[in-house]
Ligand binder design. Structure first.
Ligand SMILES: CC(C)(COP(=O)(O)OP(=O)(O)OC[C@H]1O[C@@H](n2cnc3c(N)ncnc32)[C@H](O)[C@@H]1OP(=O)(O)O)[C@@H](O)C(=O)NCCC(=O)NCCS
Length: 231
């Protein structure tokens, strides 16, 4: 665990003690520790990689009235605490390292957030935990809508505007990975024009990882992922 991960864990524990009390928080910490120990011994995950080609026409989803999409500055990062997503320390570290945080706000309150990575992106299945990205390719990560705002199309509207911004900045595609069993997220990215390109499965037994990448159809992203990730 790196320094920012430890800080995030401490931050989550402090938040838990404030909300649920010490006994319930200790039980939760023990349960999380057990889950983490089990994950370290055995882990199996399947993700679909999706790609959005920015060089061709794509669906243009419009932001519902009253919502504002904003690229977050340092002062906005604390707003993430109101969403079920990564902790503040990890978010600050990501932002300092150059990742973009985008927020959809409802009268100043966070309704949706997502991250855009360039050059490299965090991927558990990748060696060292980071996947280098192909040229002119951005990666969309950790999209999350606040539970009360789900099902209103905020994600697609935000991705649509972000895609326009990245295209104007010279990017030619956006990739993103979604857990195979995450139906709501798969539905949302497909409505926004992302196409499934590869299925990645990670099996980790003790500390040995096996990564398999299979194509949805032959394409350049699949070939790249297979070369970089398979082992
Ligand atoms: C994935 C996510 C960001 C989509 O955001 P969104 O703005 O709700 O997206 P949409 O409004 O387009 O809804 C997408 C699908 O979610 C499902 N959905 C609708 N209302 C929902 C609700 N209240 N709760 C959960 N899912 C709902 C529907 O299948 C919907 O598709 P449909 O509109 O064609 O029926 C959001 O569901 C979320 O935050 N999920 C939890 C975090 C997560 O899984 N992130 C993705 C990591 S890859």
């Amino acid at each position: 665990m790196g320094g920012s991960a430890v800080a995030s864990a401490v931050e989550r524990v402090e938040r838990g003690v404030r909300r649920f009390g010490i006994a319930a928080s200790l039980a939760r910490v023990a349960s999380l520790a057990w889950t983490a120990a089990c994950r370290a011994c055995y882990l199996r995950e399947r993700h679909l990689w999706y790609a959005l080609d920015l060089r061709i026409a794509r669906p243009a989803a419009v932001m519902p009235g009253g919502f504002e999409l904003r690229r977050a500055g340092p002062a906005d990062i604390a707003l993430l605490q109101d969403l079920p997503t990564i902790g503040l320390h990890e978010a600050q570290a990501r932002h300092r390292a150059g990742a973009d945080l985008w927020l959809v706000l409802d009268d100043g309150a966070p309704a949706f957030a997502c991250w855009i990575f360039r050059e490299r992106t965090p991927v558990l299945a990748a060696r060292g935990g980071w996947l280098p990205l192909p040229p002119a390719t951005a990666c969309l990560e950790d999209s999350v809508a606040a539970p009360a705002y789900r099902g209103r199309g905020l994600a697609a509207a935000a991705w649509s505007a972000i895609a326009g911004d990245l295209a104007r900045g010279g990017m030619t595609s956006i990739v993103t990975k979604v857990r195979e069993d995450n139906a709501a997220s798969r539905r949302a990215v497909e409505k926004a024009g992302f196409e499934p390109t590869a299925l990645m499965s990670l099996t980790r037994l003790a500390m040995r990882a096996h990564v398999d990448v299979s194509p949805y159809r032959d394409n350049a992203l699949f070939a790249f992922l297979e070369e970089v990730l398979s082992r």
